[in-house]
Each structure stands twice: as C-alpha cells, then as structure tokens.
Write a protein that binds this ligand. Structure first.
Ligand code: GLN
Length: 548
C-alpha cells in the first residue's frame, strides 16, 4: 500500500513547493523507493491549457496529452519518469466530474455539497496513483494556506489523515522565514500564523520546511518547533540555492528524507544513491566553456514562459561542460535593419514556440539570418513553422507564403490547419497533444542526433507543415527528416550543408531530464560550442576567449 506525503505552502506563493516536493521524491527514489508526485491546483480552469503564459508560465504537456502545470516538468526532470493526466488536478476538473455525475443522476436525489461530494472526489483523485504500485505518492497542494479556494483540498487532507493508517499520511508545510534588515533578525511569526491557520482547519503539519535567505540558528529552530507543535528535527532549513538542482542535496543534508521515512515508520539505513545526480552537479558547477545562445520569443520578460527550454539548456550545457548564457531577444523588435546588430554576437539561436501574430516577422527575420550566416539554429514548434515560411519566402521565392494561423487568407499556406482541426471550435484540450511517433530519414542529422530510426516526442499545436508544398521545399534543399509514420505529417525539417539547422514540430524540451538530457539540445549546444571556436579562430585569437 502506498504512503502519502502532502506538501502545503504558507505565508507567500512562489516559495518553491514544486522543487521541495521534487527534491524529496528524488531522495526517496535514490533510497530505492518508487515515488511519484502530483499537483492539485485550486483554480477553476479545468487545466492550464487555456491560460496564457502571463498568467501561469509554461504549459507542460505529458505523454498522454494532458496540458498541465509547469511543476510537472520539475517532477519529470528530477525523477526521470513520465507523469500523466492523473498527476495534475484542478478545482475545475473536480467540479466538472461532480457536476457531470450529478447530471447523470449518480447522487440518487441527494443534495450535492462541497463536503462530502467535492472532498470525496478530491480524495479519490489523491489516492488514484497510490493504486498504481508506487511506494510513496507526494501530493503538492497549489496556492497558499488561507486562500478561500484551497480550503476543500486542506479539508480533504484532514479527512484522509483519519481514514488512512496513522503512519501512511504525512504533511510537510513549506513557509517563509523572512529576514528583517532593520532588526537584523529572522522572523518566525508568519510561520507561526500559517501553521495556526492549518491547525484551525484541522491539519497539523508533521514537518516544517522554512525558506530562508539566512541560516536558521538553533534558537530559531527551537522557537518554530515550540510554537508549531513539531520536534526541532522536524524544522528543516531550505536556504536559497544557486541552482534548483542543488536542492536535493541541501534537503539531504537537512535530513528531510530521513525524518519523513522515520515518521512513516520506515527503517532508514544508508544514504541515498545519487551518483549520477552528483556527477551532473559537478559539471554544472565547474563548466570549462561558455556559449551564448539567443532565445527569440515574445514572452522573454517572463521567467517561467520558457521554463523547460531553459532547463534543457542546463542539462545539455552540463553534458558539454559548458555554461549556456541565454540572451533573451524579443521577437517583436527584430527588423532587417537591426538583425545583424542583435544576433551577430551569438553562438547559436533558438526560436521559441508560441501562438498568434505578435512578433512573427521578427522570428522570420531571425531564421533568415541564422540560415544565411551559418549560425546554429534550432526552431521549436512555432519556431519550426517560421523556418518553413522563411525558406518558402526567401529560397523558393514565394513572397506571400505564410501560416493560416497568422494570415487565414494567404494564397500560399505552407503551414496549414489539419482537416480535423478545421471544425474544432472549443479551445480547451483540442490541439494535437501528447506523444506521437516520428520516423527519422536515413542519413539525416536527426537520425544521427537520436541514434535511432523512430522516436516519440510530445506535441502541442494546431497547425502543421502543409504537404502540398513538400516536394517543392525539399527540391529547394530543406529536408523533411522526421515524419509521423501514421499520417505522413512533417515533424522535423533540416538544412543539409548548414553547420546545424533543425526545426521540430514537437516539444523536445519537455523530455529533457537531468539523467536523460535531450539529444537535440545536447547536439545544439555542441554546435554552439564549435561555432564559438570557429568565431574566435576567425578573429585570430589562439587562446579561446570562450574558455572559462
Ligand atoms: N501556434 C502554433 C500552432 O498552434 C505553434 C504552437 C506552439 O508553438 N506550441 O500550431
């Protein structure tokens, strides 16, 4: 039977519950337990697929096509296992299920209420993955304790504490211990209040994890323990880290895994086996080279909008023993007049995924620059579509080639809606979503990068390469090197003869993890490094300036 650990947050949002949950799961996994993590989000959207990046950062997609919270990306990157639809549940989905059941008459004339019907549905979903053979299921409750909308989730945890055997249910509460500069003191009061709020709702945290910018003294730990009804060992310091990948080791030093296991009645012996993780960290901490990669997008001011891409750079950078300096470039402000000035200092260029018209021409201008100047190029989803449009316009000479997403009346829709998408009216969950197979052409860069002839990658888009233009485009030199074996849809394009030019219709960044860095990202950073070397050789510099 699975054991359940709930992770709640207090005082403020953005304390890093996702990273703490993922770190704890990593440590338990490294001790030989099977662990998974799920996220319960209190908002009413059925899933985050309809939220724009300004609201919610990146939308993460699972193999089974769920549009989910970006924390699931952290879970996969840390644990190196796939998550699914069951790993992310929102208030919207809970209510949708309950209301559908009510309409079917499943409640037999009863009044349908938050308690017990909504909380029963929350509990059912909280326990779902426990039935799949995991030893430990970690459930992160989104939001902050005290929010009106998170109350039913806390109530569900309260009920589960009584329904499950005593040692099968644990609550870890993450809070902030702020430092007041004027008083030169860490303050525990917000944590006390937050735990008090939890207790008023009938849930007493077993372990308190304290985010802090300064070390917690023994005195502060004692104080938190005393006011919050836990032992001093159950007060865990979560100091700010230089990288999210340091957090599992910080949590290990603080004994978070040990205390969780002890409280769940599991004998603790030895240390977690983190060999691969530590060797990744070694490379991350001591890079030998540096490259600068331009990230062209329209949400570049948002930290979370391209989360998985940035993390995939970190993984691929470590493999290449190279620090990837990401230069954020706003696509809206790239023009023919300034593209050279904006891009000439870069070692490589990634054109990001996206939706809608804004910034499109800047992306196309950037692709052209990369194609014509031998600058390593990687286009993802919309970035790949822009590469196809650019090629059609500037190599094939079809000046008005476009995507019907941006120009529904274009006479040359090189990127077009699939037949089955043409009649879709609803926005939620209706794109091409989740894992699809892709067959790689013999002799292609894609085949050599993956070292396989068929791969599976995740999708999230409506528009596709229009095969009416396939033979003209291939004849002109852009190779369709990856195709969907079932539908013939083009999934990868590449430019033979260019140092590195690849566009993919899917989202490889979603499958890059610490222990399995994504091969395209790895090769792309390798190409950036080679370009950096070429560039410094061309400048007549013998000692590579990019060495650090
Ligand atoms: N807007 C494009 C489409 O829907 C690309 C989507 C994306 O980049 N994820 O096809």
């Amino acid at each position: 039977m699975a054991k359940y650990i709930f992770v709640t947050g207090g005082v403020t949002s953005s304390l890093g519950k996702g990273i703490i949950s993922a770190s704890l799961a990593k440590l338990l996994q490294a001790r030989g337990f099977t662990a998974t993590i799920q996220k319960f989000d209190p908002y009413i959207n059925v899933d985050p697929g309809t939220l724009n990046p300004y609201e919610h950062g990146e939308c993460y997609v699972t193999d089974d096509g769920a549009e989910t919270d970006l924390d699931l990306g952290h879970y996969e990157r840390f644990l190196n296992i796939s998550t699914s639809q069951a790993n992310n549940v929102t208030t919207g989905r809970i209510y949708q299920t309950v209301i559908n059941k009510e309409r079917e008459g499943a409640y037999l004339g009863k009044t349908v209420q938050v308690v017990p019907h909504i909380t029963d549905e929350i509990k059912r979903r909280m326990k779902l993955l426990g039935g799949e053979g995991y030893d430990i299921v970690i459930t992160e409750i989104g939001g902050t304790v005290g929010d009106i909308e998170s109350l039913p989730f806390i109530e569900a945890v309260r009920q589960l504490q009584w329904e499950l055997p005593d040692q099968d249910c644990l609550v870890v509460h993450l809070t902030l211990v702020p430092y007041l500069k004027a008083a030169k003191e860490l303050k525990t009061k917000p944590t006390q209040h937050s735990v008090k709020l939890m207790s008023e709702n009938g849930v007493n945290p077993d372990i308190i994890v304290c985010r802090t910018e300064h070390p917690l003294s023994a005195e502060i730990r004692r104080k938190i323990a005393q006011f919050c009804n836990v032992k001093t060992e159950a007060v865990i310091e979560a100091a700010d880290a230089s990288s999210i990948y340091e957090v599992p080791l910080i949590m290990m030093r603080e004994g978070l895994d040990r205390i969780c296991l002890e409280k769940m009645g599991i004998a603790v012996s030895g240390e977690p086996e983190l060999h691969a993780w530590k060797s990744f960290l070694e490379k991350l901490r001591h890079p030998r080279h540096k490259v600068s990669v331009g990230l062209i997008g329209k949400y570049i001011e948002l930290q979370d909008a391209y989360k998985s891409i940035l993390e995939a750079f970190v993984h691929a950078g470590a493999v290449n023993e190279c620090r990837v300096e990401v230069v954020n470039i706003h696509s809206e402000f790239i023009t023919d007049g300034n593209v050279d000035e904006k891009l000439s200092g870069l070692d490589a260029l990634l054109v990001a995924p996206g939706f809608g018209l804004r910034g499109i021409e800047g992306k196309i201008t950037a692709v052209r620059y990369a194609r014509e100047n031998g600058l390593p190029f990687f286009g993802i989803c919309l970035g790949m579509q822009m590469a196809v449009i650019e090629f059609a316009r500037n190599v094939l000479g079809i000046a008005d080639a476009h995507s019907t997403e941006m120009d529904p009346d274009t006479p040359h829709p090189v990127i077009n809606l699939m037949e089955e998408q043409k009649h879709v009216s609803g926005k939620g969950g209706t794109m091409r979503l989740g894992a699809y197979e892709c067959m790689l052409a013999a002799g292609s860069l894609a085949r050599s990068v993956y070292g396989a002839d068929t791969v599976s990658e995740r999708h999230r888009h409506r528009w596709e390469f229009n095969n009416d233009y396939l033979s003209a485009i291939e004849r002109a030199g852009l190779m369709a090197s990856g195709k969907n074996p079932a539908t013939g849809l083009v999934e990868i394009v590449e430019l033979p003869g260019h140092p590195f030019f690849i566009g993919v219709q899917f989202h490889p960044e979603l499958k890059s993890t610490v222990e399995s860095p994504h091969p395209i990202f790895v090769r792309f950073i390798g190409a950036a490094l080679e370009n950096a070397e070429r560039r410094s050789a061309a400048r007549g510099v013998h000692a590579r300036p990019q060495m650090i």
